[in-house]
Design a protein around this ligand. Structure first.
Ligand code: IPD
Ligand code: CA
Ligand code: CA
Length: 261
């Protein structure tokens, strides 16, 4: 199963990389001026679904670009065929393909592939997390002030002003620094391999994080919502992923009352 996911992600990633600057149709998702989608997102998803269905025709699919289908089995493949579309459309080489496999409510396998760095992050439940075949682990940093953090912002921040930006400001003075890369899947993979100590984001979708959740957990980290509840982490929106050691310090910051923009 993991090799099917890896092969599909590698093929889709190569397609994305070769398509930078070549897309013809830039659409905006309904009601959201900044939420972009190109025909490349859709073609990448079609390619991944074809690869999965060849081997597992009865498995269910949940793809960001509408490729949802119910299957007769308990397996569901959760796919973001291009995570980081805004970066992609500007030629900024930070984007990925991510595929997670859910079985009876739990992610049991997942990959995040970054075609620009040729980095394949992979994990299977109970077997550890890997980067290009080498075992990876979260950091051992236990002080927030020494931690490098990363976050992302939802697309509807203009239409729906909320308090998401304020937390960037809350974390800045109490951490070493905060970054915003533009691909949630890469953010999570980087927590798993120790490039970041912690990541938080409001309003994520299951396809952004299904694989990343398993990567962080299998690398020894912790993933919960902002109330420290891990139970609905795939389909719930708010996501906190850390090395475990700074989890409660980050939860304390996320508990703060801030005034919406
Ligand atoms: C987005 C990216 C971004 C995150 C957004 C996602 P997309 O996914 O992961 O980093 O901040 O919340 O929607 O639209 O590029 O697949
Ligand atoms: Ca995404
Ligand atoms: Ca996407």
């Amino acid at each position: 199963m993991i090799s099917v996911a890896m092969n599909a992600a590698r093929e889709a990633g190569a397609f994305l990389k070769s398509s930078v600057g070549k897309f013809r149709h830039l659409e905006r998702k309904i009601g959201q001026e900044t939420n972009l989608v190109t025909e490349i997102d859709k073609q990448s998803e079609a390619l991944i679904i074809r690869a999965i269905k060849e081997v597992y025709p009865d498995h269910a699919i949940l793809g960001e670009e509408g490729g949802a289908s119910e299957g007769s089995s308990d397996y569901r493949w959760i796919i973001d065929p291009l995570d980081g579309t805004t970066n992609f459309t500007h030629g900024l080489p930070i984007f990925s393909v991510t595929i997670g496999v859910e079985y009876k409510g739990e992610i049991i396998a997942g990959v995040v592939y970054d075609p620009n760095m040729d980095e394949m992050f992979s994990a299977e439940k109970g077997k550890g997390a890997f980067l290009n075949g080498e075992r990876i682990q979260v950091t051992k940093t236990d002080r927030l002030i020494e931690s490098l953090l990363v976050t992302g912002f939802p697309y509807n921040v203009k239409e729906n002003p909320s308090n998401v930006i304020q937390y960037f400001g809350e974390f800045l003075p109490v951490s070493q620094a905060v970054r915003r890369l533009g691909s949630a899947a890469i953010d999570l993979a980087y927590v798993a391999c120790g490039r970041f100590d912690g990541y938080w984001e409001f309003f994520l979708h299951p396809w952004d994080k299904a694989a990343g959740i398993l990567l962080v957990k299998e690398a020894g980290g912790v993933v919960t919502d902002f109330k420290n509840d891990p139970s609905n982490i795939i389909y719930g929106q708010n996501t906190l992923a850390t090395n475990g050691l700074i989890h409660s310090a980050m939860l304390d910051v996320l508990k703060k009352e801030v005034t919406p923009l």
